[in-house]
Design a protein around this ligand. Structure first.
Ligand code: MN
Length: 490
């Protein structure tokens, strides 16, 4: 059983009296609100809130995000309202909790087309607006995945699929390798239990054989690095993640002997210069495999990942991968976007500083997904300056997102109808509208579209004109204007 002390012990920042009290208050409040509620696993509901908070604390998030994590299920599952949370904990925490509640309403639908999935991911990020909301949601999902076995079979598969298709790519894009890897392996376990078990057994067996060489390599390299006075911060050995191993095996006829990074040694040093220095020392000690040196320091991966990887003939000619990086790169690889809070002094300024710094000095390093998100938000009419502020904003609060049957996202104000939707696609489609379906069911044209619904507009082949009545219920000025204009023309 987790206690609030476990959370307090895992925070990675300086816990002032005030911050400590904030977390404790959130705990007391949430515990009281959830009193008597049980999880399918037989645990009390508050355990889930604490586990979520622990996942958040572990990636380096601060007291407000942790507190919001403890409170994340309160408005949804208890009679306590968001307003009460705001009164007690302030606007910022309430907005985070509200964002998590809203994201919970997005569900993966039938379509598995990449285009469609990509739009859901975008919608997810755009709706979250504040990246801390996404981190809380990932932490929540991680604990739900860890307790998935207690749910009925068909729910298990649906949730595991959703995790694999939506949450894993998002965690990856945010660069949170730690959470991404856990979510991916847990989904794999439920989606493909046979192969999961096969790979798990295979890895255990193989890793056992090689573990002794991993430890030997660490010892030998530590001696060499010390000789050359390269300061080592940490060295560690690691086995490859299961799903990642499985993907690689499939590319190599399921032949484990062709996987060179099943075991890796990681060397963490204090500066970039030391990374290259260490690479030279590693290669002097062990012969490198030709063409297997990957320098992600000078050329980071799209999600910002930085490290040097090299494959060498280690002790007794055993093939091993050696990864070299700085402490900051290591934290970034595990905690991703969240690590920028660790490296900045003030919680509020963390993201802003990171963004400005990257924009001004290293535009090329701006991670791809941020660019994407900026473009996406740009489409909604926000410029850069506002976008920065927008990480805490609520301009999406009164907006809903609906899909076309092809997976395009149409952004509408709350209360919008199929007629608004139709005119948003094209004025021609608006004029020809005869009927509409929401999630494959016929609905009236005055129907209020709900977030995440697939809307299909039924049009007439003959020229049709809009009805005067539509003006009574349309919400967007775009639709109103076009209807009026068309009626006048007639
Ligand atoms: Mn939850």
């Amino acid at each position: 059983m987790l206690t609030i002390n476990d959370i307090l012990k895992s925070v990675k920042f300086n816990l002032t009296k005030e911050r400590r009290q904030r977390i404790l208050d959130a705990y007391e409040f949430s515990k009281k609100a959830h009193a008597g509620q049980m999880r399918k696993s037989g645990d009390e509901q508050i355990q889930h809130s604490l586990e979520t908070a622990l996942n958040i604390a572990r990636v380096g998030m601060r007291s407000k995000t942790i507190s919001a994590g403890i409170l994340h299920d309160v408005p949804e599952d208890t009679p306590i309202t968001l307003l009460e949370i705001e009164e007690k904990f302030g606007k910022e925490i309430a907005t985070l909790v509200d964002g998590v509640t809203k994201l919970g309403k997005i569900k993966l639908r039938g379509s598995q087309e990449e285009y469609f999935l990509e739009n859901i991911r975008k919608m997810f990020l755009a709706m979250a607006a504040d990246v801390r909301v996404v981190i809380i949601k990932l932490a929540d999902r991680l604990h739900n995945m860890r307790t998935l076995e207690y749910l009925p079979e068909e729910k298990r598969v649906r949730i595991a699929k959703e995790t694999m298709e939506i949450f894993v790519p998002i965690a990856d894009r945010l660069g949170i390798g730690e959470i991404k890897g856990d979510l991916e392996d847990l989904s794999f376990k439920f989606l493909d239990p046979e192969n999961y078990q096969y790979v798990k057994n295979l890895e255990e067996k193989q890793y056992q054989k090689i573990e002794k060489y991993v430890n030997e390599t660490i010892e030998e390299l530590e001696i060499e690095l010390k000789k050359e006075s390269v300061k080592i911060i940490e060295t560690k050995g690691r086995a490859k993640r299961l799903h990642s191993l499985y993907s690689k095996l499939k590319q190599h006829d399921m032949d484990i002997n062709r996987i060179y990074d099943l075991a890796a040694v990681r060397i963490i040093v204090s500066s970039i210069a030391d990374c290259y220095e260490a690479l030279g020392i590693v290669h002097k000690k062990y012969h490198p495999l030709v063409g297997r040196i990957k320098d992600y320091i000078s050329l980071p991966k799209p999600n910002g990942y930085q490290s040097i990887h090299t494959t060498v003939f280690g002790p007794e000619g055993k093939i091993l991968e050696v990864q070299i990086r700085t402490k900051k790169m290591d934290d970034e690889a595990e905690f991703g976007i969240a690590s920028h809070w660790i490296y900045s002094k003030q919680e509020k300024e963390g993201w802003k500083k990171y963004f400005l710094k990257n924009k001004k000095n290293h535009p090329e390093k701006e991670v791809a997904w941020i660019k994407q998100l900026r473009e996406w938000q740009g489409e909604l009419g926000k410029d850069d300056e506002e976008f920065i502020d927008g990480l805490k904003i609520d301009f999406l609060k009164n907006r809903i997102f609906a899909f076309t049957p092809k997976g395009d996202i149409i952004n509408l104000p709350e209360g919008a109808t199929p007629v608004d939707f139709a005119y948003m696609i094209h004025s021609e489609i608006g004029d020809r509208t005869m009927g509409a379906k929401a999630d494959r069911r016929i609905v009236p044209l005055s129907y209020k579209i709900k977030n995440g619904q697939v809307i299909e507009i039924l049009t007439s082949k003959e020229k049709k004109k809009p009805s005067q009545d539509w003006l009574k219920f349309v919400r967007t000025s775009n639709a109103k204007e076009r209807i009026r204009r068309k009626i006048k023309q007639e």
